[in-house]
Design a protein around this ligand. Structure first.
Ligand SMILES: NC(=O)c1ccc[n+]([C@@H]2O[C@H](COP(=O)([O-])OP(=O)(O)OC[C@H]3O[C@@H](n4cnc5c(N)ncnc54)[C@H](OP(=O)(O)O)[C@@H]3O)[C@@H](O)[C@H]2O)c1
Length: 259
């Protein structure tokens, strides 16, 4: 399928690895020029070069912490006028409810709620003026069903989801389409870290933890960054103009719900 976005310009945040990189690759395959971002310059440049070599699109890499106002400003300056924005950042650390104090919540809200809101606030006026835009926020399945150990994520992402629900309907008349993409378990460094932490805590091997988790997922496996990226690129495509303010769950059937 031709996604109809060849020659558009996208910022994909937190994209040197994992779901951000999967999304960047899928957009590049559709012919989209990219601005990529992550904190670590080495992995970021490696991803940028691999995408340039394979897809023949323009790729600008900006090493910066997207949750930091100065870092974000540098990324946005380099990005210029954007057609597509994919927001993403690292997820908060796991724990239990009694671990978390005000500072932990403020950090999670800053990273996973206020950062995507700041990015949307910065780029959506230009998109609206030009009459076309696509925004995909990478959130989490924890928005639909809480993950107890990720209470910081459950809380901050719920706030972002509420913001998007109202805002998506305000900008849609200007051709700006905003949706959230909710990953269930995907095989990335993030899930590797969570599995290793769980293994240590429970006195099991990482493979035992994974095997037990696969049994809870009807697809009996984790998702891949490529599958995730393909859905992200579709939501950024010409074909997605009637999908407004939705929360699209990619979880292998893990959440047992009719809707
Ligand atoms: N994978 C899953 O199963 C899953 C499930 C639900 C939700 N999620 C959420 O989806 C998001 C992406 O997860 P992932 O699995 O792709 O993680 P990942 O494999 O650990 O990759 C994270 C990427 O984000 C970059 N990054 C992290 N913090 C950043 C920051 N402050 N500023 C700029 N770049 C930053 C990392 O590079 P640097 O470290 O160099 O900055 C890296 O490129 C996370 O918020 C995660 O909580 C993931």
């Amino acid at each position: 399928m031709d996604l109809g976005i060849r020659g558009k310009r996208a910022l994909v945040c937190a994209s040197s690895k994992g779901l951000g990189r999967g999304s960047a690759k899928a957009l590049a395959e559709a012919g989209v020029d990219l601005v990529l971002n992550a904190r670590g310059a080495e992995a970021l440049e490696a991803t940028a070069q691999a995408i340039r070599d394979r897809y023949n699109v323009q790729v600008t890499a900006v090493a910066a912490d997207i949750t930091d106002p100065d870092g974000r400003a540098r990324v946005l300056d380099a990005a210029g006028d954007l057609d597509i924005l994919v927001t993403n950042a690292g997820g908060p650390p796991p724990g239990v409810w009694s671990d978390w104090g005000r500072e932990d919540f403020l950090a999670a809200i800053e990273a996973n709620m206020l950062t995507p809101i700041a990015l949307m606030s910065a780029v959506m006026p230009g998109m609206a003026e030009r009459g076309w835009g696509r925004v995909v926020n990478i959130t989490s399945q924890s928005v639909k069903a809480p993950i107890a150990a990720l209470g910081l994520s459950n809380s901050a992402r719920a706030g972002l989801t509420g913001y998007v629900a109202g805002t998506a309907r305000q900008v849609a008349p200007s051709g700006v389409i905003v949706n959230n993409l909710l990953p269930g378990a995907h095989d990335t460094d993030r899930i590797e870290a969570l599995d290793s932490a769980a293994a240590q805590k429970q006195g099991k091997t990482r493979d035992e933890i994974r095997a037990a988790k696969f049994q809870t997922i009807p697809a009996r496996r984790y998702g891949t960054a490529a599958e995730f990226g393909a859905m992200c690129a579709f939501l950024c495509s010409q074909h997605a103009g009637y999908i407004v303010g939705q929360n699209i769950l990619l979880d292998g059937g893990g959440i047992n719900a009719t809707l």
